[in-house]
Write a protein that binds this ligand. Structure first.
Ligand SMILES: CC(C)(COP(=O)(O)OP(=O)(O)OC[C@H]1O[C@@H](n2cnc3c(N)ncnc32)[C@H](O)[C@@H]1OP(=O)(O)O)[C@@H](O)C(=O)NCCC(=O)NCCS
Length: 190
């Protein structure tokens, strides 16, 4: 396998992103979605993430999109603006080869640059995701019992959290209030 590239998502990547996610929607409970989102819904999500200057990245191997990760708003209320929620999905045939780690580390880095101070993961029914997040510096922040019902069973969510940057740092404060500073290479594609 050639070395994977991690880069900002483009419009042309969205069908592959949608297809990866659709697999997990239909076959697993790692997401509480029950219908795969439409292409228009993906474009809307991409635009919302870009408007917040947060990262939406894909991993490409041998010309194929093998995974994606993004950070989205944790909550809309303004006081949550330094907190984001990450999401990472690797294509079913490409798991266990380091792509999840590559993507999540890149999202962490881009969120730090954008002035995000806390990154949160909401993990359902995925020991692999819990292990990946722990390996990337996240710690458990609680468990919500039986909040999802999918495929005939009740499912918990595990909350994991990772602080970013130095709390109260003037540089981070200024960067976040200015809307962050995603590097040009990513900004072009977001
Ligand atoms: C969770 C997921 C993103 C991990 O990506 P991946 O490419 O398979 O993971 P990696 O190969 O990069 O492994 C990274 C770390 O995660 C851990 N890990 C990955 N898969 C694991 C598994 N099945 N069981 C236990 N630990 C696992 C390992 O500790 C590994 O650490 P290491 O780098 O020290 O070896 C991927 O399996 C996936 O897309 N799963 C289904 C969807 C999902 O649960 N998404 C998360 C939603 S929040």
């Amino acid at each position: 396998m050639s070395r994977p590239t991690v880069r900002g998502v483009t419009d042309a990547d969205l069908p592959a992103v949608a297809s990866i996610f659709a697999h997990y929607v239909v076959h697993t409970a790692t997401t509480f979605e029950e219908e795969p989102p439409t292409r228009a819904a993906w474009a809307h999500k991409r635009d919302d993430i870009a408007a917040r200057r947060l990262p939406f990245l894909v991993a490409e191997t041998e010309g194929q999109i093998a995974g994606y990760a993004y950070a989205a708003a944790w909550r809309d209320k303004r006081s949550y603006r330094y907190t984001a929620e990450d999401t990472v999905y690797v294509a079913p045939g490409s798991t266990g080869r380091g792509l999840g780690r590559l993507l999540l580390e890149a999202v962490i880095q881009e969120c730090s640059r954008a002035g995000i101070r806390q990154l949160i993961a909401v993990i359902a029914d995925s020991p692999a995701s819990a292990a990946l997040h722990q390996a990337c510096g996240f710690a458990e922040a609680g468990r919500l019992q039986s909040v999802g019902f999918k495929h005939g069973r009740w499912i918990d969510t595990l909350l994991m959290q990772r602080p970013l940057g130095a709390e109260g740092s003037a540089a981070a404060q200024g960067s976040a209030d200015a809307g962050g500073s995603i590097p040009a290479t990513c900004e072009q594609n977001l």
